[in-house]
Design a protein around this ligand. Structure first.
Ligand SMILES: *[C@@H]1O[C@H](CO)[C@@H](O)[C@H](O)[C@H]1NC(C)=O
Ligand SMILES: *[C@@H]1O[C@H](CO)[C@@H](O)[C@H](O)[C@H]1NC(C)=O
Ligand SMILES: *[C@@H]1O[C@H](CO)[C@@H](O)[C@H](O)[C@H]1NC(C)=O
Ligand SMILES: *[C@@H]1O[C@H](CO)[C@@H](O)[C@H](O)[C@H]1NC(C)=O
Length: 448
């Protein structure tokens, strides 16, 4: 953000008014610095306290806009792979696993064994046997998966809106463009300059409030994913869980509406800007200034349209979430009574021993061991595994994280340590892909 503002500030050093405006702009247009929305609202005499009083999931947009390429966390390449074999209990996994491939299953566990003799100067080939105990019928399981996919789409739409709001948004440039015009016309057209200043202030504060609103929306959806994880594993009563889900969906819907309102305020400020351009355009000496404003107006128009489209999409997905929730509620069928078993294979990379490639259920992806606790001699105690695939076409990443342990429980402190290190490596577990605990309370766990 500093880099972004600096060159412009230098070029306009001669105008004290412009310096003031830019300082103000920099203050209000930088959502990442520590001025509270309440202070800002107070300063601008905006009356959003009723809608924006609640704390947000701070930094959702900051994290969201950085998710463009796979992080490359260091892997535990000193691993002794033979000691990594055997039984592992899953302690938790991110929503894209837990509510998709593991949907409806509790007590997820794995048995790793050598699939072929370990040859010198070659990586190991490991046979994977996974199993989970069904807690839901096929119908409810499908509901869990649908609820999770729709939730993930809401997050995805929110992330796209973040791009219009954040420091790299074209809107920031448009605002700077308008602020230059304010400086140029203020000696001769103070009235018009004041309308433009107001438009800048309105747009900047709307953007900041949208940023905060997206954080709250994301936190509502994250919470839904967590409860869905409990529904999926038969924890608690279906009735209570789904009532909480529905309440959160309603909150998310009202957040979404509030954001839509803010986007329309950006639209109003844009119209005011266009009006100013129209009243300047007939005067030859201001033709250039007017066209600058029209250009800024076009940028604002494109961004508000993009945001509106994403908000409409998010609304449809929220409705889909409610429908999925009702389908689980209405389902009266019983789950299977046998462990569900999935087989697969993992091949180790000889030059990077903690990097494996896993194939399972027609799917293949990386399996990187990025955290390992306990000594090799004792067969390790716990592991943190990460997998990330970069979708070149959409410039997006799809990643999963899971924690394994040799026993059915692992202390919360251990889990938190793993999650904190993942975060440090740039791995996000918010909204789209929160980390969900695995229930490990089934009969007949594997023992070795
Ligand atoms: C959900 O949204 C409401 C406001 O709509 C907000 O107060 C709350 O903090 C959000 N987060 C959760 C987890 O409920
Ligand atoms: C800015 O917002 C205020 C308060 O909502 C409104 O009265 C005013 O017309 C807006 N001005 C512009 C230029 O958007
Ligand atoms: C093995 O790991 C190295 C180092 O990370 C990497 O350059 C190479 O592409 C990997 N090989 C395979 C087959 O994935
Ligand atoms: C794990 O798999 C191996 C290889 O199939 C098998 O020999 C072993 O008995 C299994 N362990 C358990 C506890 O089932």
């Amino acid at each position: 953000m500093i880099d972004f503002a600096a060159p412009r500030r230098r070029s306009m050093r001669q105008h004290s008014f412009s310096t003031l405006i830019l300082l103000y702009l920099w203050l209000i247009a930088t959502p990442r610095i520590a001025i509270s929305i309440a202070d800002l609202n107070h300063e601008l005499h905006l009356e959003h306290e009723d809608v924006f009083g609640a704390p947000a999931e701070l930094g959702f947009c900051t994290e969201a806009t950085s998710r463009k390429t796979c992080p490359e966390p260091p892997t535990y390449d000193s691993i002794v792979i033979e000691k990594y074999l055997g039984i592992w209990y899953e302690i938790g996994s991110t929503a894209t696993i837990k509510l998709q491939s593991e949907a409806g299953l509790a007590c997820y566990q794995a048995n790793y064994s050598l699939a072929a003799e370990l040859l010198p100067s070659q990586g190991a080939k490991i046979a994977l046997l996974h199993r989970g105990f069904p807690k839901l019928s096929a119908v409810s399981k499908q509901g869990v998966t649908r609820l999770s996919s729709a939730a993930s789409s809401v997050c995805d739409n929110a992330r796209h809106i973040c791009r219009s709001v954040g420091p790299e948004s074209p809107l920031r440039d448009a605002l700077y463009g308008i602020s230059h015009v304010v400086v140029e016309i203020s000696p001769t057209h103070p009235q018009l300059a004041s309308v433009l200043s107001q438009a800048i202030v309105n747009i900047s504060s709307s953007l900041q409030n949208i940023d905060a609103g997206l954080g709250r929306l994301a936190s509502n959806v994250t919470h839904i994913q967590i409860i869905n994880g409990e529904v999926s594993q038969g924890l608690g009563t279906k009735q209570n869980n789904l009532e909480s889900v529905n309440k959160l969906i309603r909150r998310a819907m009202s957040e979404r509406s509030a954001i839509t309102q803010l986007v329309s305020e950006v639209g109003i400020a844009r119209e005011a800007t266009i009006e100013v351009a129209k009243s300047l355009i007939s005067d030859d000496s201001y033709a250039e200034v007017a066209s600058k404003l029209l250009e800024a107006g076009q940028v604002i128009d494109r961004q508000t349209k993009a945001m509106t489209e994403r908000l409409t999409n998010a609304e449809l997905k929220l409705i889909a979430m409610a429908a999925a929730s009702s389908s689980i509620m209405a389902d009266k069928t019983e789950p299977e009574t046998e462990w569900a078993i999935v087989e697969g294979q993992a091949v180790q990379n000889y030059s990077s021993p903690a990097k494996l490639v896993v194939s399972m259920q027609g799917f293949s992806g990386p399996y990187w061991i990025i955290g390992l606790e306990g000594s090799a001699e004792k067969g390790y105690e716990a592991a943190l595994v990460y997998s990330c695939i970069h979708d070149q076409k959409y410039g997006e990443i799809h990643d999963t994280l899971f924690v394994l342990s040799r026993s059915t429980d692992l202390s919360r402190a251990n889990i938190d340590r793993f999650l904190a290190s993942a975060k440090l490596f740039g791995i996000s577990t918010s909204c789209q892909n929160p980390f969900l605990l695995t229930l490990q309370d089934c009969e007949s766990p594997w023992v070795e």
